[in-house]
Design a protein around this ligand. Structure first.
Ligand code: NAP
Length: 282
């Protein structure tokens, strides 16, 4: 029998994850099924029990259950524990282990776009402090960037990112306005808030007036593919990085955890862009 995989979340109607994982299965000649499960909060326990009975191989977890899933799995991998959220669950011989591939997926995507990252980037600004930012901040801590500052609307939430971490980077916390005034000191600016996501396409968390030339501006939003922030950055001569790369790489890392197969997902990047332009989301 082939692999039994899926994704749980709510809403999940427009998810592209089944399509992405079908491409990975085709590429690796693996048989299997990856199904979306739209689950209400009060159905979570029952659904997990059903997965156990079905003995599925694993599943992804998306909004709004990434944090809730911490309490359902039998054990957590080190990174998921540190981040405080699970996006991938693996059935390891009847033991259900929670992982988080978001941050590592982000870094992989960024490094594929910018090979000079390690030499070029010293000072990083992370905008936002939600679930995605937690994973990315954790992954940045595994890299060699000396400074990773955080700017968020709600200061306490940004402070929460510093809790319980073996932090290797130096971090200061700023308001969005303070960060905006000092943008010239950053080599890499990572936008992780939901500002600018469809249908609020015109919104930007900060003004890019003060960025220096050649800065990399990265936005993890993938709907639209090019946010207003990225459009502005491009016009100002910055180097830009799109969010759908992270989407593919976090999926490839989850696929590797379930199947042991390593995937280079870039061959479906163009097709994914076409699908996203057609209005699908993950
Ligand atoms: P989340 O946990 O709800 O966090 C939302 C973040 O946005 C917080 O920092 C929040 O600030 C900020 N924010 C929201 N509205 C704002 C406003 N009006 N003004 C200023 N700040 C505002 O969400 P998430 O899961 O981190 O997701 C964030 C975005 O990342 C979404 O667009 C999602 O689609 C995208 N994403 C992409 C990928 C990918 O693979 N490319 C993966 C995950 C997420 P406060 O703390 O002040 O509320």
């Amino acid at each position: 029998m082939g692999y039994l995989l899926g994704v749980i979340g709510n809403p999940i109607k427009h998810t592209l994850s089944p399509w992405i994982h079908q491409q990975f299965m085709n590429e690796t000649s693996i048989n299997g099924i990856y199904r979306p499960y739209e689950i209400k909060e009060d159905e979570l326990k029952e659904s997990f029990n059903l997965f156990k009975k079905m003995n599925i191989d694993g599943f992804n977890v998306t909004i709004p259950y990434k944090e809730t899933m911490l309490h359902y799995v039998d054990d957590l991998d080190e990174r998921a524990r540190s981040i405080g959220a699970v996006n991938t669950v693996v059935n390891q011989g009847g033991k259900w282990i929670g992982y988080n591939t978001d941050g590592r997926g982000y870094i992989r995507s960024l490094k594929q776009s910018y090979a000079d990252l390690d030499t070029f980037v010293k000072n990083v600004l992370l905008i936002g402090a939600g679930g995605a930012a937690r994973g990315i901040y954790d992954a940045l801590n595994q890299e060699s960037f000396p400074v990773v500052d955080i700017a968020n609307r709600t200061r306490e939430r940004a402070e929460g990112l510093l809790d319980s971490k073996e932090n290797h980077v130096e971090t200061s916390i700023y308001s969005l306005k303070e960060a905006q005034q000092n943008l010239q000191q950053y080599d890499l600016i990572i936008q992780t808030t939901s500002m600018g996501m469809t249908p609020n396409n015109r919104m930007m968390p900060i003004d890019l007036q003060n960025i220096k030339e050649n800065t990399i501006v990265s936005d993890i939003i993938y709907n639209p593919i090019e946010t207003s922030l990225l459009q502005t950055a491009r016009k100002k001569g910055a180097r830009i990085h799109y969010g759908h790369g992270m989407l593919l790489h976090q999926a490839a890392l989850a696929f590797e955890l379930w199947t042991g197969k390593t995937i280079d997902p870039n061959h479906i990047l163009h097709e994914l862009e076409q699908k996203l332009k057609g209005g699908s989301t993950c």
